[in-house]
Design a protein. Structure first.
Length: 326
């Protein structure tokens, strides 16, 4: 009786110590993030000893969920991480999944063969997002002045329909929206893509700083699983299985999905190391993020420049890569 009473006392005086809360991660329809599905389907997170709960969102909704504190981490671009931090809740990027290698694009209707052909015309894009930055980078790289091009602020999800309606002469969007626009409008074509400016758009996993501090070892395990996924994807013998897994997540055929994967440059362990080094320009995520910050301030996405270095932490990735090389 005494033992039972003591146990009862303990159960009321101490917190319940069941299984730890899982890491809650939001991901959305982008090949470098859909790739997480491989680790999920193969139970690699369980094998690594980390409890993870992945939630599927529309992209903008995923960032809103992160800002509202509903999840611990979100898959987003380095530029959008700044926007989410300035307007909602800061985060820390702990790994780089990929850089966009053609999936983000400016698509012109028939007769629009180059960015120069847009002079005096209209383009539909979502102002303040990465495709806006891509469009401006295209103008800069081609020594063009965009003052005579009218931007029609358009939700990225609606750009295919807007181009099809004839309301604009071009749109800027990412896959799958850019691909849908090309299908809807016969004779349309990409006139500038992220493949023309590699490193302008890096895609990564951005974590709540408090969660990162409290559960650093668990987040390190997530990074380890990611590089297991990368190794799987880089092995040509696995391509059919990979496409089956990726395409099933977004309910299309493997054949339809394959071009999306080709337009996303998923970075291997060796390729990502120099990108984590601090440098100016698009070859470094630090330089790329600084460029995004300048864009965001110039176009009043937020008011003041951010301390962009605080949004990036390569330590977990570098530790995982060092240990795997031993």
């Amino acid at each position: 009786m005494i033992a039972i009473g003591f146990a009862t006392l303990l159960s009321t005086a101490l917190p319940v110590t069941g299984r730890a809360e899982p890491l809650k991660i939001a991901y959305s329809d982008w090949p470098g993030w859909v790739a997480w599905e491989i680790g999920i389907k193969k139970d690699w997170f369980k094998e690594e000893g980390v409890e993870v709960e992945f939630s599927w969102y529309d992209y903008v909704a995923s960032m809103d969920a992160y800002a509202a504190g509903q999840i611990d981490a979100v898959s987003m671009t380095n530029g959008d991480a700044l926007v989410t931090g300035a307007t909602g809740k800061p985060s820390v990027g702990i790994l780089i999944n990929d850089y966009s290698n053609g999936n983000d694009m400016v698509v012109g209707k028939p007769g629009i063969e180059s960015l120069k052909d847009l002079y005096g015309k209209k383009i539909g894009l979502e102002e303040g997002f990465v495709t806006h930055l891509l469009f401006l980078k295209g103008l800069e790289m081609n020594d063009l002045d965009g003052d005579s091009i009218t931007i029609i602020n358009t939700s990225t999800n609606e750009t295919p329909q807007v181009l099809s309606s004839g309301a604009v002469d071009a749109i800027a969007a990412w896959q799958p929206n850019s691909g849908e626009a090309l299908k809807l409008v016969s004779g349309s074509k990409p006139i500038f893509t992220s493949a023309d400016a590699p490193g302008l758009i890096y895609d990564g996993l951005f974590v709540d700083p408090e969660s990162l501090e409290l559960k650093r070892d668990d987040w390190k395990k997530v990074v380890k699983v990611w590089y297991k996924i990368v190794a799987f994807l880089k092995d040509e013998d696995n391509i059919d299985e990979a496409l089956e897994i990726l395409s099933s997540r977004v309910s299309i055929s493997p054949e339809e999905y394959e071009p999306f994967l080709e337009g996303t440059y998923i970075l291997s362990a060796e390729e990502v190391k120099p990108i984590w080094e601090k440098a100016e320009g698009l070859g470094s995520i630090y330089g790329s993020t600084a460029i995004s910050d300048q864009f965001n301030v110039k176009y009043e996405v937020y008011e003041k420049p951010l301390e962009t270095d605080k949004y990036l932490d390569p330590s977990l990735t570098l530790e995982v890569l060092a240990e795997s090389a031993e």
